[in-house]
Design a protein around this ligand. Structure first.
Ligand SMILES: *Cc1c(COP(=O)(O)O)cnc(C)c1O
Length: 380
């Protein structure tokens, strides 16, 4: 389908082509110096001491949970208004994801109060999501978690470049987890990153990333290591040099591209202000958002499928973020879902619509989308 306004389009150009060409000519493709450099620069951009590059955001979440020693019998609280990977990663460890509702119909993030409401003695960690790149209230969540000796993992998949109180998202919790999937604000095609201030877990994270082995291929290639031991069951979550090279180029452009996103979102907000029945969430957002998504809340009872069809007819691609995780077939287990205690999550899940947003989106396209959305709502 040829969209007039696609939901998303990645910003990739000659600098990415050049970076990939350099890696290919170097003949070293697996995790090596380029990946190490990407880790260092990414850590610096977040203000964290350490960063570990992996091959997906899901792998980042899984490794953070493993490093936090989450295991069967533990509960980990997370939102249900998220991509399924958040909860899946918790299940990989054998722990149980326990869903917390979002704060309000304006703030689509979990809060200290909604986390508290589902916390039990088995709660070992919370995994918060900065929905759409809008920061959760981390100061209050962190203080509460510290009091209760609960670990905080940030699923910062939407939040690359976002900050609150001058501190980068991904640097508020014990671990920050980023995704560099194709449609994220910073992309490596596929990829992810764990950030942390906790140097003592880095050795373990490195081993778990590569089969539990005590040395990596580059050390052996350089003659630094004769052999290796396998100290525990690990995974293959390594990033390749090709992905890391893309990441380095994309990291340079992240700040300016997030500014472009912010301006487009400002235009959307003022265009949509007076559309009857429609609301745009995060009116009172804190800090500097990464503006990963452009979500709106349709009027109650509105036929969303019909609105999406109408927009499609005019060449506008839209999407839904998200169907609540507890409603998926794979979550129909007595201990997991469906959950009756998530009224706001379910209401948003039914009324949410995501409009096109990407840094190179023309201002005219924003007007085009807003006009057609207003018209479709009027006709509905
Ligand atoms: C994209 C995303 C992930 C998973 O990232 P992958 O790189 O696709 O594994 C996790 N959580 C959220 C909220 C996401 O949007």
């Amino acid at each position: 389908m040829q969209w007039r306004v696609p939901l998303f389009e990645p910003d990739l150009g000659q600098p990415e082509v050049d970076a990939l060409t350099r890696v290919i000519r170097s003949k070293w493709l697996t995790m090596g110096e380029v990946t190490a450099q990407f880790e260092q620069r990414f850590a610096a951009s977040v203000g964290c001491e350490h960063a570990l590059a992996v091959n997906s955001g899901t792998a980042a979440l899984h490794l953070a949970l493993a490093a936090a020693d989450i295991r069967p019998g533990d509960d980990v609280v997370c939102p249900a208004l998220t991509f399924v990977a958040t909860a899946n990663a918790i299940r990989y460890t054998g722990a149980r994801p326990v869903f917390a509702d979002v704060a309000s119909l304006d703030e689509w993030n979990v809060s200290r109060a909604t986390l508290e409401a589902v916390t039990t003695p088995a709660t070992k960690a919370v995994m918060v999501v900065h929905y759409g790149g809008y920061p959760c209230d981390m100061a209050s969540i962190r203080a509460w978690a510290q009091e209760r000796r609960i670990l905080v993992i940030e699923d910062a998949a939407h939040a690359a470049g976002a900050r609150a109180s001058g501190r980068a998202m991904g640097n508020w919790g014990d671990f920050g987890c980023f995704s560099f999937f194709s449609n994220k604000n910073l992309t490596t095609g596929e990829g992810g990153m764990v950030t942390t201030q906790r140097g003592e877990v880095m050795g373990r994270l490195r081993r778990l990333r590569s089969h539990g082995m005590t040395t990596v291929t580059l050390d052996r290639h350089r003659g630094h290591a004769y052999s290796y031991d396998v100290s525990e069951l690990g995974y293959n979550y390594r990033m390749s040099e090709l992905n890391a090279a893309l990441g380095l180029v994309q990291l340079e452009a992240l700040g300016p591209r997030n500014v472009q996103r912010r301006e487009l979102v400002g235009q959307y907000r003022s265009n949509l202000e007076n559309v009857p029945g429609l609301s745009v969430p995060f009116r009172r957002a804190r800090g500097e958002a990464a503006h990963h998504l452009m979500p709106v809340l349709l009027p109650p009872g509105c036929d969303r499928r019909r609105i999406m069809e109408r927009l499609k007819e005019t060449g506008i691609q839209t999407s839904i973020h998200y169907r609540p995780v507890d409603t998926f077939t794979a979550y129909q287990d007595a201990a997991l879902g469906p959950c009756a205690h998530l009224p706001l999550t379910h209401e948003i899940g039914a009324r949410q619509l995501t409009l096109p947003l990407y840094p190179s989106m023309p201002a005219k396209a924003v007007d085009y989308v807003c006009d057609h959305l207003a018209q479709a709502l009027q006709d509905a």
